[in-house]
Design a protein around this ligand. Structure first.
Ligand code: COA
Length: 382
């Protein structure tokens, strides 16, 4: 396999983008990424998207986007793995470049969620239809069960559970692309409306429109055309049970652990090598469990560690400098790609007020459903 680098990134603002269609959003992100990389032509395209058919009635995204962004004729296809679609699109692009099939490949992600009347039902298509969605349970409901189990097993308080969103909002204040860049307090979380006990509105990632794109290139070529290529040093991906009742333990996400182990192995790295990580905090409890599965904290200790500031600037690892899904926004198919953009910009030293100093390695973790799939990337500046 050849070494692969990211040489360009681009994204839209995340939020309610009423004036842009799904193709407008994707093209904006794609053209920004090409401009950033200084390339006018790509060899192929992968578009991560969870549910464009249900959200906007538009399928066949590979073809739509290649044509609309001015790359008609290239091979292009959509990649779907629920909320991990973006991360899996990057994995597919990585494989194509690493194999030697292509030199310059774009991996993008997009979701236009605000147009739909019943967004919760669309999201629930990523859960188990026969055992979960059929009963009426939504993703906030599923993660609420995980939160209850974790709080019961490890003695996490409701106030401590509120801390991941508090830190994510604090980080998002310095992110010009974030949907909700404002200060949030524990009191603000606890007084927000109840969604699924114990999870309140401010424990949840929002509904978001947005797109993101990165350009992957063989390392040899990257060194010729890019002054600061970022190496993809490790990739790990895994599946887990799609239905929550099939998890061996409601406080664990096995697919995240497996994906992390595979990425660490490929990169020859350990959790202590990771300076910053963008994690899939679709709900406050998810950030805690994921941080444990990636090895940053022992099982049962992640919630209290995050609450004590061990996952913000100056802590053991800085989690979600972008604001995470909670405050930056979560356009599901775009999220995994946007996570990589944050880490690339950090490694290139262009994260502005969000900049983490002396980064060794950066990591991203993207997840589908309640742990049905996950993909982890480890990146380094060369
Ligand atoms: N964080 C901060 N503000 C939020 C928010 C969030 N997560 N969700 C909504 N808001 C804001 C809205 O902007 C709106 O503000 P406004 O009145 O100033 O315009 C207000 O709160 C009410 O928004 P509304 O859209 O009516 O909320 P809702 O009750 O319909 O939906 C959730 C809230 C949490 C149910 C919805 O965002 C949701 O389902 N989130 C989870 C998404 C998900 O499951 N993703 C996949 C994960 S696996």
């Amino acid at each position: 396999m050849r070494d692969v680098a990211i040489i360009g990134v681009g994204m839209t603002h995340f939020g309610e983008l009423w004036s842009q269609s799904i193709r407008d959003m994707f093209s904006e992100a794609a053209l920004k990424a090409m401009d950033d990389a200084g390339v006018e032509k790509i060899d192929s395209l992968y578009v991560g998207c969870m549910s464009s058919g249900l959200y906007t009635n538009q399928e066949h995204l590979g073809s739509v986007m290649a044509d609309y962004m001015g790359q008609r004729g290239i091979p292009a296809m959509r990649v779907e793995s629920a909320c991990a679609s973006g991360g899996m699109a990057v994995r597919a692009a990585f494989m194509e470049v690493a194999s030697g099939q292509s030199d310059i490949v774009m991996a993008g992600g997009v979701e236009k969620m605000w147009d739909a009347d019943d967004g919760s039902a669309i999201l629930a298509t990523a859960s188990d239809q026969e055992y979960e969605a059929f009963t009426g349970v939504t993703f906030p409901g599923l993660y609420a069960m995980m939160a209850h189990a974790y709080m019961h097993k490890y003695g996490l308080t409701r106030e401590e559970l509120a801390m991941p969103p508090v830190f994510n909002h604090r980080h998002a204040i310095n992110n010009p692309n974030a949907q909700y860049p404002y200060e949030l307090t524990v009191k603000g979380v606890l007084s927000s409306s109840m969604v699924a006990d114990p999870l309140r509105l401010m424990d949840c990632s929002p509904i978001t429109d947005g797109a993101a794109a990165v350009i992957l290139c063989s390392m040899d070529k990257a060194k010729q055309i890019c002054k600061n290529p970022i190496r993809i040093k490790g990739i790990g991906s895994a599946t887990g049970p799609i239905a929550l009742h099939n998890h061996n333990d409601l406080t664990r996400l096995d697919a995240v652990r497996l994906a992390g182990e595979r990425a660490y192995k490929m990169a020859g790295a350990t959790p202590s090598d990771i300076s910053l990580c963008e994690v899939h905090d679709c709900f406050s409890i998810a950030q805690i469990i994921v941080a444990e599965e990636l090895g940053f904290f022992e099982y049962g200790k992640g919630g209290k560690a995050i609450a004590n500031g061990e996952a913000t600037y100056g802590g053991k690892v800085v989690i979600n400098t972008s604001g995470g899904l909670k405050a930056k926004g979560h356009p599901v198919g775009a999220t995994g790609v946007a996570q990589l953009i944050e880490v690339v910009e950090q490694l290139q030293g262009r994260a502005g007020k969000r900049q983490v100093e002396n980064i060794k390695l950066g990591m991203t973790q993207n997840m589908g459903g309640s742990g049905g799939s996950s993909v982890v990337h480890i990146l380094e500046a060369i």
